[in-house]
Design a protein around this ligand. Structure first.
Ligand code: MV4
Length: 503
């Protein structure tokens, strides 16, 4: 086993990996940019080394700097977390050359899955159902017309180097095809310096369901069932759950089996995820494979009891997976809400800044994976995530109730957060029924909230609340000085919880 692991990441995921190391008796090495000098991952790790300027391209993304710290600290392995260098095959090759074990799949697996056409070709050959379309980039305008007519409109043009929503173009009819192709190519070129695109049949009202897999160096594979990730905004997941309400036991077994075949096709090692689109008739199609630990891995850990990060470390050290497929059980229901320093009332505008007070929820069935603390200033340079709140229950109803309870306990001041938004989703009738697809947030949730007429009872409640507020203020002002604490003092309010503080 390794004695020391470098974590080439920051924030909550770096904290998550440090925790696994500590439990396994492995020393942890943190790296940090100038903006992260006081970050939690730096405090929790056994050692920490500076990387330089705040901008990721001058710190967390600089391969030479990371390798240099690994050398200096004597780390035998590097955990890349997610984002930054996690799916970079050049980084994987460099680690190989330096004889430092990268905790993750080979450069070959990353490269194959990184090219969306090569991934489609490879998994299709392994018997995995892919969305109808091309497995090679489009070579001419004639070809795009021919293929689109064969598979039928609507179609989607996608960047070969894409993934995660960049370089996508929906084409509803033949007339739009030529101009859409030009636009898709120019978008792909500016985003990825690679203008190649391919074509797929457009799946209407799809759900995004993904399968977590684990593989070791001895050819053993297990899948850890599915995660439902359809609740997304601008291709960023906001709420995930496991199990998915639409996945039947037969479907789970079938999706798990093909996910393992996809992994086997690239001799996959470590933790990985196969994303699928599921149409309203429950047909499923491979979309892409993520060759990293994912943000939402805790919900799978919660329902299966498997510590995915520990398994990653074990298999990277050459050990066999600690579990067999027949031991995998999905127990109860887990939901994750990603809590961001963003203003849901201003189009989710990022609101980084100082966290002036913080009280995290606890109690039965909750987990809060966070990289922040009271007094920490969320830097402007990175993803403004505050935490991932996970609630577990014996069934979906209990998981939702616990999530609502935990969200109501959560207090963050100093920055705006997405907590109120999550509370609204947990109360949404479509969400409660499990009736949603990838269009839920924009086309259903916000639209419905905007159009909802104000009921007379709502107006009465608002009027009553204003009345109570005014009366309380009058009472506060009328209090005798001997009784009333100084304005703004918390003494009075701490012993009399019924009294609201009037500022
Ligand atoms: C699709 C699709 C419908 N049909 N492909 C968006 C992100 C990228 N990973 C693939 N995406 C989609 N590909 C076909 N052939 C619909 C989407 C899509 C989507 C997928 C998953 C989660 C959220 C989404 C939101 C909009 C579109």
């Amino acid at each position: 086993m390794f004695t020391k692991i470098l974590i080439a990441n920051r924030g909550e995921i770096a904290v998550r990996v440090v925790r696994a190391c500590r439990e396994m008796g492995i020393r942890s090495v943190a790296v940090f940019s100038e903006a992260d000098r006081r970050a939690l991952h730096v405090r929790y790790a056994d050692e920490a080394y500076p990387l330089g300027p705040p901008s990721a391209s001058e710190s967390y993304l600089v391969i030479d700097k990371i390798i240099d710290v690994a050398r200096k600290s004597g780390a035998e392995a590097i955990h890349p977390g997610y984002g930054f260098l996690a799916e970079n095959p050049r980084f994987a090759e460099r680690c190989e050359k330096e004889k430092i074990k990268l905790i993750g799949p080979s450069a070959h697996a990353m490269r194959t899955m990184g090219s969306k056409t090569l991934a489609r070709k490879t998994v299709q050959a392994a018997g995995v159902p892919v969305v109808p379309g091309t497995v090679e980039p489009i070579s001419s305008e004639e070809e795009v017309f021919r293929v689109a007519k064969t598979i039928g409109f609507p179609v989607m043009l996608k960047a070969t180097a894409g993934g995660g929503g960049k370089g996508l173009r929906l084409v509803r009819e033949e007339e739009e095809l030529r101009s859409s192709l030009r636009m898709a190519k120019s978008e792909a070129k500016s985003a990825f310096s690679d203008d190649s695109v391919y074509i797929e049949k457009y799946i209407e009202q799809p759900r995004h369901v993904e399968i977590q897999i684990l593989g070791d160096q001895h050819g053993n594979y297990v899948h850890l069932c599915e995660r439902e990730c359809s609740i997304q905004r601008r291709h960023q997941k906001v709420i995930e759950e496991s199990p998915s309400v639409i996945v039947t036991p037969e479907m789970r077994a079938a999706m798990g089996k093909v996910a393992i075949e996809a992994a086997r096709a690239v001799a996959y090692e470590g933790a990985g995820t196969c994303e699928f689109l599921v149409d309203p008739k429950r047909n499923f199609y491979f979309l892409e494979m993520n060759t990293r630990l994912q943000v939402e891995h805790p919900i799978t850990e919660r329902v299966t009891g498997v510590d995915i990060v520990k398994e990653q470390i074990l298999v990277a050290a050459g050990e066999k997976l600690s579990i067999r497929q027949e031991d995998v059980r999905q127990i109860g229901h887990a939901i994750e809400c990603r809590i961001y320093a963003e203003d849901p009332d201003s189009n989710f505008l990022p609101c980084p800044g100082l966290i002036t007070s913080l009280r995290t929820p606890g109690g039965p069935g909750t987990r809060d994976d966070s990289g922040v603390y009271e007094g920490f200033e969320i830097p402007i340079y990175y993803d403004p995530i505050i935490s991932k709140l996970i609630a577990w229950g014996k069934d979906r109803t209990e998981a939702i109730a616990r999530m609502k309870r935990a969200l109501s306990e959560y207090v963050v001041t100093g920055v705006k957060t997405t907590i109120p938004f999550h509370i609204r989703v947990m109360n949404n009738r479509h969400f409660i029924k499990g009736d949603f697809d990838t269009n839920f947030i924009d086309k259903v949730f916000f639209k419905e909230e905007e159009e909802r007429p104000l009921k007379h009872t709502d107006v009465a409640v608002i009027a009553a609340a204003i009345q109570v507020f005014l009366e309380e203020r009058k009472r506060a002002v009328q209090q005798k000085p001997s009784e009333a604490a100084a304005p703004g003092s918390l003494w009075k309010y701490s012993s009399r919880p019924g009294l609201r503080r009037i500022v």
